[in-house]
Design a protein around this ligand. Structure first.
Ligand code: MN
Length: 262
């Protein structure tokens, strides 16, 4: 089949409903939580919108806004240079990353049962191997998304599940991260929580292993996603293209999935 025919078939699948387009993006709004670091560090800005005009004396025929936010506010992409381990990765900032990587297959690891039992659930290599036993091997260059249905299980007023000893939100352990990189050569790791690492990962060795190893290996991160429950375990394609910020460490973005309707 010619590449042109592949494109035509894709478009007709979308139009006929055989392929659904799923939005994995949270709405940028002031209330959506931004990750909070210990108070000795500088903090990322939440989303703030300021109206320029709305069909009024500031602009009678038009409506527009200014907004401020950090590179890591809302549904966003982590580039390799985000972490010190990835600072020398070639083409490791959002403006220099290869555009071919913006379109990639995804596997979705359903961790909803585990997270309902333990909001601080840690994803292990054993869980990933069990997924493969059911669904097949994770192909090189795939996104691995950890589905938790987080928005349904956590307290909306305490989205990161912050306790006295820090946040308790799910994420992978060091062994799982290294296995995804070294044994499966994944494109990156994605989650519905505010970070790709577990809330307690500051206690892991090394600290924040998903950021540490993934970005050091030139891999990517996606976080603050939603609607992962609408994706199949495998077979969907992700389109995740960060904004072209000069030397940017990450970017808010629209993440969409092309998901076959079986
Ligand atoms: Mn980030």
């Amino acid at each position: 089949m010619s590449a042109t025919q592949v494109n035509m078939d894709l478009i007709s699948s979308i139009l006929s409903g055989g392929m659904k387009v799923v939005d994995l993006t949270e709405t940028l709004r002031p209330e959506y939580p931004t990750i909070t670091l210990p108070s000795e560090f500088k903090q990322a800005s939440p989303f703030v919108k300021e109206q320029i005009s709305r069909y009024d004396e500031d602009g009678p025929g038009w409506y527009w806004n200014n907004f401020t936010l950090s590179e890591h506010t809302g549904t966003h992409f982590d580039a390799p240079v985000h972490w010190v381990t990835g600072k020398d990765v070639p083409n490791g900032s959002v403006d220099t990353m290869p555009v071919e990587r913006f379109v990639a297959p995804v596997v979705v690891i359903d961790c909803t049962a585990e997270v309902r039992a333990d909001l601080g659930y840690i994803l292990t290599k054993e869980k990933l191997l069990a997924w493969e036993a059911e669904h097949g091997r994770i192909e090189p260059g795939s996104w691995v998304f950890m589905r938790t249905d987080w928005r349904h299980v956590t307290d909306p007023k305490n989205y990161t599940n912050l306790q006295e000893d820090g946040a308790h939100s799910p994420g992978p352990d060091t062994e799982a991260v290294l296995w995804m990189i070294e044994e499966r050569d994944v494109l990156g790791f994605g989650t519905e929580c505010v970070g790709t690492d577990a809330g307690q990962a500051f206690l892991f060795e090394p600290q924040f292993p998903c950021h540490h190893y993934m970005h050091g290996a030139g891999k990517y991160g996606l976080q603050c996603m939603t609607n992962l429950d609408l994706l199949p375990a495998r077979g969907a394609v992700i389109i995740a293209a960060p904004l072209k910020i000069e030397d940017g460490s990450g970017s808010p973005l629209r993440v969409i999935a092309l998901a076959p309707v079986e």
